[in-house]
Design a protein around this ligand. Structure first.
Ligand code: AHG
Ligand code: MN
Ligand code: MN
Length: 339
């Protein structure tokens, strides 16, 4: 019988990579692991339970109608963080302001978390993969006090760890602490994540491009030209590429990491900064992408270098196989003046 490594074992084995962390990063990752299993349980039965399905009617700060599971997942993760003490505050897509935990244990927490508790939530009621995205930083404010905004507005290069959970045909937790990317599949029969995808790597090239082409006429000229390039026949570069777009960033990213591909959410006329949020969508996935040998930019510059100014800041995202993103950026540069 092959030896199975569980996520719990793996996290403990890797503790020595973080001499500064004194074990609290290890327990924080365990907190996320636990909360994700609770959310997974609800996601799995979403189709069965009427009152979980559908929208709650409330809107979040970005004017999007919140689905009930968004709120449920938000509460599960926040509650887990608040009660276990490693984290002093959370910034979440579902909360207009960051939450600074005001209790004695949490004030001593040395980390902050940014998260998209449920990504791709418009896909819940059609049984399509959704996800959770998280990003972990060491706080910059003094331990023993409440978290402040500066703790959350750090560039992506300062991330200590980042990851996502994908609730798909199977549930997986994929994360990095800056030493490569590893993926764990939840075995539902024993309720345990097992190492299934060690040292994940993006292929340098792929033949998948993922973009919402419904917005085509509103795209910058460089993106339009790149899409045409993807569609032109060329045997050497294996074109035309295949278009695949789920509408759940986590699921599109995950597929492209395994098969090779590029995901683009550019600016559009109506969304001059794109749609996706820097702190809890783009940065964590950019960190994972780079750790897996891929790249992530806003079309011109590295995502991880952007200095955030707002909690819910948006940036365009070009992420995926290195050679493909480089090619798309070439088009962005060449057609910069045509917009
Ligand atoms: P969320 O459900 O967290 O608001 O994120 C939705 C995001 C992302 O998952 C997806 O890639 C993108 O929105 C899809 O947007 P379009 O429908 O505009 O393509
Ligand atoms: Mn999202
Ligand atoms: Mn979301």
């Amino acid at each position: 019988m092959q030896k199975v490594t569980t996520l719990g074992e793996f996290i403990v084995q890797k503790q020595e990579d973080f001499p500064f962390a004194k074990g609290d990063l290890t327990s924080l990752l365990s907190t996320i692991r636990l909360a994700s299993k609770v959310v997974n349980r609800e996601v799995n039965k979403a189709g069965l339970v009427d009152d979980i399905l559908g929208s709650s009617g409330d809107e979040n700060i970005q004017g999007e109608v919140q689905q009930k599971l968004d709120i449920y997942a938000d509460q599960v993760f926040i509650h887990a963080m608040m009660t276990r003490g490693e984290v002093c505050g959370v910034g979440s897509e579902e909360n207009d302001e960051f939450i600074a935990f005001d209790n004695p244990i949490s004030r001593n927490g040395r980390y902050v978390i940014l998260m998209d508790p449920l990504d791709g939530s418009s896909n819940i009621d059609v049984n399509v993969s959704i996800g959770t995205i998280f990003s972990i930083y060491r706080r910059v404010s003094p331990v023993g006090h409440k978290a402040v905004l500066e703790d959350f507005l750090q560039p992506g290069t300062s991330q200590i760890a980042a990851g996502y959970v994908i609730y798909g045909s199977s549930t997986m937790l994929v994360y990095t602490t800056g030493n490569g990317v590893n993926g764990f599949t939840l075995d539902p029969s024993i309720g345990t994540y097992c190492l299934s995808h060690p040292n994940m790597r993006f292929p340098d090239y792929g033949n998948i491009y993922s973009i919402n082409e419904g917005n085509y006429i509103k795209f910058p000229e460089g993106v339009k030209q790149y899409i045409k390039y993807c569609q032109i026949r060329d045997e050497e570069t294996n074109r035309p590429y295949t278009s695949r777009y789920i509408g759940s960033l986590v699921a599109d990213f995950h597929r492209n990491m395994i098969k090779g591909g590029i995901y683009i959410y550019p600016t559009t006329e109506s969304a001059p900064n794109g749609k996706l949020r820097l702190l809890y969508e783009n940065n964590p996935l950019a960190f994972i992408a780079e750790q897996a040998g891929a790249i992530a930019t806003d079309g011109y510059q590295r995502i991880l270098d952007i200095k955030p100014t707002e909690l819910h800041q948006r940036t365009p995202l070009f992420i995926g196989s290195k050679k493909m993103v480089e090619k798309a950026m070439e088009f962005m540069r060449d057609f910069k003046d045509f917009n």
